[in-house]
Design a protein around this ligand. Structure first.
Ligand SMILES: [Zn+2]
Length: 161
């Protein structure tokens, strides 16, 4: 696969550069640990931007399909990733302070330390790990572990009239 792009994150943001690439799932060791199989690849696009207060941002899109393990039947399940996310770049020295300032404010993007040697693929992997469902399960209709009665809707519903 292509080599890992290393970029100056602040320059990427300030120059509003765009960066796109494809990364093999098998080349993301932390992600592979969470998967049923390390097949396939992910498309990513990163674009530099600034918010209304001229603070540097990186906007992400990651698309692809990963194989998770259904926690009910323990078999493979395809999980489609459609990630769109934004991170704000801050100086490494103030990262802690910025984290505290954001707290759980949903309007504030997550912060990462600005770096002249940002490993783009590692950042993509971080975003994918954050987006994975904590407890993946097939839809009832596809899961091998769900009772046949439940699938056909013949389960007794105590709330039914
Ligand atoms: Zn299942």
């Amino acid at each position: 696969m292509a080599n890992t792009p290393i970029v100056d994150s602040l320059k990427l943001a300030r120059d509003r550069q765009q960066l796109t690439g494809v990364v093999a799932v098998a080349s993301l060791p932390r992600l592979v640990q969470s998967l049923y199989a390390s097949t396939g690849s992910l498309d990513y696009a990163i674009s530099g931007d600034c918010d209304g207060r001229e603070r540097p941002l990186l906007r992400f899109r990651v698309n692809g399909t990963v194989e998770l393990q259904c926690q009910r039947c323990l078999e493979a399940m395809a999980h489609e990733l459609r990630i769109e996310s934004v991170v704000r770049l801050v100086a490494a020295e103030v990262l802690e302070t910025e984290y505290e300032a954001i707290g759980s404010n949903p309007d504030e993007p997550d912060c990462i330390a600005a770096s002249k040697t940002l490993d783009v693929v590692m950042l993509v992997e971080d975003e994918v790990l954050l987006a994975l469902p904590p407890f993946p399960r097939h839809d009832v209709a596809q899961c091998k572990r769900v009772d046949a009665a439940l699938k056909t809707g013949e389960v007794v519903n105590p709330f039914a009239h």
